[in-house]
Design a protein around this ligand. Sequence first.
Ligand SMILES: Nc1ncnc2c1ncn2[C@@H]1O[C@H](COP(=O)(O)OP(=O)(O)O)[C@@H](O)[C@H]1O
Ligand SMILES: CC(C)(COP(=O)(O)O)[C@@H](O)C(=O)NCCC(=O)O
Ligand SMILES: [Mn+2]
Length: 868
Amino acid sequence: MATKGTNSIHRSSSRPLLDLSKAEIQGNVEEKYPTILLPNQSDDLSHLALDIGGSLIKLVYFSRHEDQSTNDKRMKRVKDKLGILNGNRRSYPILGGRLHFVKFETNKINECLEFIYSKKLHCGGWESHHADSTNNENAVIKATGGGAYKFADLFKERLGISLDKEDEMDCLVAGANFLLKAVRHEAYTHMEGQKEFVQIDPNDLFPYLLVNIGSGVSMIKVDGDGKFERVSGTNVGGGTYWGLGRLLTNCSSFDELLELSQKGDNRTTDMLVGDIYGTDRDYPKIGLSASTIASSFGKATLENKELEEYRPEDISLSLLRMISYNIGQISYLNALRFGLKRIFFGGFFIRGHAYTMDAISFAVHYWSKGTAQAMFLRHEGFLGALGAFMSYEKHGLDDLMVHQFVERFPMGAPYTGGKIHGPPLRNLNEKISWMEKFLQKGTEITAPVPMTPPGTTGLGGFEVPLSKGSTLRSDASALNVGVLHLIPTLEVFPLLVDPKMYEPNTVDLSDHSELEYWFKILSEHLPDLVDKAVASEGGTDDAKRRGDAFGRAFSAHLARLMEEPAAYGKLGLAKLLEMREECLREFQFVDAYISIKQRENEASLAVFHDLLMELDSLDEETRLLTLIEGVLAANIFDWGSRACVDLYHKGTIIEIYRMSRNKMQRPWRVDDFDAFKERMLGSGDKKPLPHRRALLFVDNSGADIVLGMLPLARELLRRGTEVVLVGNSLPALNDVTAMELPDIVAEAAKHCGILRRAAESGGLLVDAMTNTSDSSKENSPSIPLMVVENGCGSPCIDFRQVSSELAAVAKDADLIILEGMGRALHTNLYAQFKCDALKLAMVKNQRLAEKLVKGNIYDCVCKYEPAH
Ligand SMILES: Nc1ncnc2c1ncn2[C@@H]1O[C@H](COP(=O)(O)OP(=O)(O)O)[C@@H](O)[C@H]1O
Ligand SMILES: CC(C)(COP(=O)(O)O)[C@@H](O)C(=O)NCCC(=O)O
Ligand SMILES: [Mn+2]
């Protein structure tokens, strides 16, 4: 039966496991907090790099997680059989891990030191195997920025570490090049409140102008990796805005100053063209309208007013515009000077602030007469720190590629990527307590990476902004930065026709009504999911507390994304559905649907034998049709669909399955069965060669796998096709996982010689089963049946990032069958493959049925596409 088993963790934020074996207390046992040595604990080795700037300290650290996959013996055997030696893992010098991004104000350097200390980042390292704080005598940490010199002694004194200084420009460029090549949705444009991600071709990146707006501004012409020249800069930068702004408004924080600007009206301070030419009179000859700023703060010369008579809001806005326009203009002139088409802006002055970006974009657009465009980087201020991190030799990070990174947004992020500083959240309990505190205060929990309100700008540029939104969230820093998971084993699925053009999502969430619909669906599903999750962990008080926290965390994500859909990079439905699963894992729910899955597997296996008998009594053609009907009918068991869950109250699993099968009437809404049948059985006397190897991307547990996909697999095996069942690496809703498949197959094999022999041959069965109740004694050759994991933990699949095992088996496959709404409709309906592809799903949502197939809920899709 489906067992919980050990998860092969590929993309999860899994429960931190402490290896306490051989633990011993070091030093004096009488001490209050003696050091405990964990010699076998190698889970959380960390490495750190710093960028200590004039205003902010940026910290990038890496936590390494041992790859826990493939510890299942059976899976290992299959891999051996397929010649997959731990995927391609060996060719990478680094194991998987996570990159974290944190910042602190430079004048609060103590908080930074405490953070490093409490996370033991000063004693991690590539060689060290335990966090022993006494053992960091010779620790050397890469650091850049002026503070690497200024604070070197302090770091030595307080943490015992030496700072190895790296050149600031080298680091900025290395950081920018890395991000632009390795992170999919790193660069974006921002015009008039609209954010749009830009797909950067890593082979066509250079040359470009990098403008880093920190305290001061550097403009760097970048021609390649390590090839660059600082061509210009300006001393009027982020420090100027914050410094002058503080003096003029008495603000106590940068965010407060920025927030003021959102309520400002710069007409009271700036001298406009209209002030010079007369109200409402433009100067069309040179393209200036009456509201164009002729001179920033120039109005103060016309009036005899004291500083106190100006609104701080107006001052802040004038200042922000003045500085942003100026930087935009100088940047463009430098791009022009060197013939550079692309300008990327980084540095924390930008702070993900919509109006700032609009102003810079406007200036670039205006002065270039639309020929140049400003682009921004999501990791804006972390370029230098990341570059310093990259300068460690031998970590192999720069060899990694886009498909090996997955960005996640855990709830702890307000205290890491998001908020300026704060106590590190060391464990789940602290995270939950932190969330509960918010609730007690009656404060809404903001999303992990807090936000900039959308549409805050209206017309950017030289016009008065129409609307600028209300507030920056008090706990906010609009950093769109999560935790970057490095998963060296992920690969692009080799059978995609054109990976560059591949877009997994079918539903476009940039359509607002679509976004609203799916958010409503997910919100409404949440209470039930929390109940299931809590029950799956025994309904204990601890589980309830975690369930509450999960519910709140996921709602916060939804709220944040509703306000700013592009907050975490380009948003698609698949990402949203995966985020829900990741959020469950973050709160340590291993498998919310475990008991439902088990129950449905058992009920389905009980009638499996009868189904086989019925199938075997049919002729080949009828059998093929019945098998496809069976897959479509059994796809009704979907605990992620509200309509289906309502159905389950109306009958037993078998009753619903029968009802669903009885309703199967061709033609289906999309019906390519005849073409598929011709490929399988041929027409007339022509008997086509069977497929060599079929990959079956299975979906749900219970009837779906047992009464739908396994009989189809059996038919393929019978015809001489090798079958690979591709299951999820991690649980998602009631999907069957790769870990659970061997047990299900073993149980089914008791009733079927074909499956038994194939499973044996594929190394799936540990003990050869002798007494099958299957009477057919065909002497079929031993065609293997195998199981591989797909590398993900979502109800959908993104073929740009799959497990290396899957990529390896795909190389010999000439048929893929994608099953279910998540994998065949929400994602991949339009995906093109180099081999034959069959997409099978029941549409279990009315709106999707109308939109995708102009049909109705419970309609079916059988889409067959011969190899492209
Ligand atoms: N919380 C903050 N405190 C101070 N400055 C901030 C803050 N958030 C954003 N900034 C802006 O970021 C600038 C610093 O950007 P950064 O890229 O970190 O440069 P540096 O390395 O010079 O510190 C500041 O001058 C200010 O304009
Ligand atoms: C999450 C799902 C894609 C899973 O469907 P499956 O792949 O199992 O067929 C599906 O349950 C879904 O889209 N649910 C939300 C829509 C609804 O409740 O109507
Ligand atoms: Mn499913």
